[in-house]
Design a protein. Structure first.
Length: 644
């Protein structure tokens, strides 16, 4: 009896029809469009095992690549499990499952002496020091954040296959925001590339260079290409929607004129365009390979039908080319609770309500490690760290540091400590802002990614000080610092398994029983700098995809919330995210916004800019004397007099 049908049966047992189609698809180009929670990793590994067990390719001739060490490790673990279960008898654990960079690193170490000769190379763990020197060579007075933003721009350019000479034109054509003038960035980029060539004995390579040199070695040396292509015959690429032009160039070099390629992805989960990732390679796959087998995985085994329905509604409103590839997910789990929508008067009220809901979930049996609070930017974590700490709920910050662990916050507290020793004069919020301004706090949000992250953290710290002073008007700077140190210490218990706090980007690829999507106000999601490109822009569409990714992280419980104001007593001018229009029901009576009452003795705040008012005239007008009037103030004063 031919054992092959028996092996095929064992590898497809328990799969749904579409997963089975993907696993049993013939050799050649295969595109698996896999929605969130549809079992793509299981499908990939079973397809690899089927190809090996069916005698189509040896395990050692398969190269599977993905984007994170965690995902590559998961793939290797699944392949080992298939071997351990003796379901293939083919040794599929020998399959190479690596990240793009790890695969290129191995290949370059092997081929470098043949391609380059005696010149050695050294991998840069961080390009910061070299970029800083390059900025100096380009006569730029670049601070720490400037250097980091320049490094990010260089990474984007290299991932996009854009050299220094083409950088300015490319960013203009793309409408990309740059941290500095494009010509200055190009000058630093050029100097950076020159500085990496130390001498004839050694060359410095960054992680993008690993890919560039690997592709060039295969493209330009026939012997290298023949040896590599004899070694690897079959390729599998996970999360193909996130591939960059540079990674696609490497993949094309690996393939040559062959087509034994399986790709898996979902264009509507493309959320990393700022790194150079592009869904166009996934969208154009059938155009490049007209005979490709295309399989759609739309059965969602992760989330309840209620969560899946909301995800479908959010992505249904998407526009543009990516939207044309959307998948219509169908939930396969038992029904669960309907996702909730809550509007709150201010951010502390929102955080307190979320902490209370989390406490109820834990009390009812949900493990803290199965709960997540997800937000758009890392600076939003502070108010949730505070609320969870006050509620006695352990938490961990993923993909970022806790608020008081951030470098800019530590620097700020040290600077404030030095100022406190000099007994400064003036209103405490003004003193604090004067200290924070040289560290990066400004009236306008900066453009660069790192500078923007710093600005958001410093703004959150300044807002925290405003709130403390509002509650205790006589607060001194030493007392404020003591309070902040107490808060910082309270948030650093021994590591425990707790509630996850993470940005939406950091949550990609993860899942929890309960997810709280917070801060869903227009201007935060979509983020303001995306809106600057236009309401119909691709930048705004990527923000919609971020919300979609966040929703699909939840298995059972899902709560969405937003605040009308930043702080208690503040002007309630915010609106819910535009992505919730027509989706979020009218706020329930128990969730209706309630205007917070000003604490007894707290300073009156400007109705325009929300800062404390310090003069009698300003208090009478309810605004700073420098803020433009937004009402007929003569009428307002007459009404106040009439009420008295």
């Amino acid at each position: 009896m031919d054992p092959m049908p028996m092996v095929a049966d064992s590898l497809t047992a328990g799969l749904d029809d579409e997963q089975r189609d993907a696993v049993l698809a013939p050799r050649g180009p295969v595109c698996v469009l896999a929605g969130a929670g549809t079992g793509k990793t299981r499908t990939i590994t079973h397809r690899i095992a089927q190809l090996v067990a069916g005698g189509h390719v040896a395990a050692g001739q398969v190269l599977a690549v993905t984007f994170t060490q965690r995902a590559a490790g998961e793939m290797r673990s699944r392949l080992r499990a298939l071997d351990a279960a003796a379901r293939t008898g083919a040794g599929v654990a020998a399959v190479q499952a690596l990240t793009f960079h790890a695969a290129a690193h191995r290949q370059l170490r092997y081929f470098w002496p043949r391609v380059v000769g005696d010149t050695g190379w050294q991998l840069l763990d961080s390009k910061y020091a070299v970029v800083a020197r390059a900025a100096g060579r380009a006569r730029l007075n670049a601070g720490t954040d400037d250097v980091r933003d320049l490094a990010c721009e260089i990474e984007w350019a290299k991932a996009s296959l854009i050299g220094p000479e083409d950088y300015a034109g490319a960013v203009a054509a793309a409408g990309r925001d740059t941290p500095l003038d494009a010509a200055q960035v190009a000058a630093v980029y050029s100097a950076y590339e020159a500085l990496k060539v130390r001498d004839e004995a050694v060359t410095l390579l960054d992680f993008d260079d690993l890919l560039l040199h690997t592709a060039a070695a295969i493209e330009n040396d026939t012997a290298v290409a023949e040896e590599f292509r004899d070694r690897y015959r079959c390729f599998v690429v996970d999360e193909y929607q996130d591939v960059t032009p540079l990674q696609q160039r490497v993949l094309s070099a690996w393939l040559g004129d062959r087509d034994d390629l399986t790709v898996v992805g979902d264009a509507n989960q493309t959320i990393y365009s700022f790194t150079g990732a592009s869904p166009r390679f996934l969208l154009d796959f059938s155009r490049r390979f007209p005979d490709a087998t295309v399989v759609r995985l739309e059965r969602d085994y992760r989330s309840t039908p209620q969560v899946v329905s909301l995800a479908n509604k959010v992505i249904a409103a998407a526009r543009g080319r990516v939207a044309g590839s959307k998948l219509q997910l169908t939930g396969q789990r038992a029904p669960g609770p309907v996702p909730s929508f809550r509007e709150h008067p201010d951010e502390p009220a929102e955080a307190a309500a979320v902490a209370a809901s989390i406490a109820r979930l834990i009390e009812s049996g949900t493990a803290p490690g199965e709960i997540a609070v997800l937000y758009r930017v890392n600076a939003q974590s502070e108010v949730y760290e505070e609320a969870l700490t006050e509620a006695g709920i352990a938490y961990q910050v993923r993909g970022g540091e806790g608020f008081f662990n951030r470098q800019e916050v530590k620097q700020s507290l040290l600077a404030l400590q030095r100022v406190a020793e000099r007994d400064p004069e003036g209103p405490l919020p003004e003193v604090v802002r004067a200290v924070l301004e040289p560290l990066g706090l400004s009236a306008e949000q900066p453009v660069g990614t790192r500078a923007r992250d710093r600005w958001q953290a410093l703004s959150a710290l300044a807002a925290l000080v405003d709130d403390e002073v509002a509650q205790r008007p006589q607060l001194t700077l030493p007392a404020l610092l003591a309070e902040l140190r107490t808060r910082a210490d309270a948030r650093h218990p021994p590591p425990v398994q707790g509630v996850t706090l993470a940005s939406l980007h950091a949550a990609k690829g993860l899942e929890w029983d309960a997810v709280f999507l917070v801060g869903l106000a227009d201007g935060t999601l979509p983020i303001s700098h995306a809106l600057a490109h236009g309401a119909q822009s691709e930048a705004v569409e990527e923000e919609r995809r971020l919300l979609y990714v966040g929703i699909t992280r939840a298995r059972v419980h899902l709560a969405l919330s937003w605040a009308l104001a930043r702080s208690p007593g503040g002007r309630q001018s915010r609106k819910p995210s535009r992505f919730l229009n027509g989706i979020a029901p009218q706020a329930r009576a128990d969730a209706a916004p309630v205007k917070s009452r000003r604490a007894r003795g707290a300073p009156t705040r400007c109705r325009i800019c929300n800062t404390n008012l310090t003069t009698p005239a300003a208090v009478m007008l309810s605004r700073c004397e420098t803020c433009a009037a937004d009402v007929d103030e003569n009428l307002l004063l007459r009404l106040k007099a009439w009420r008295r």
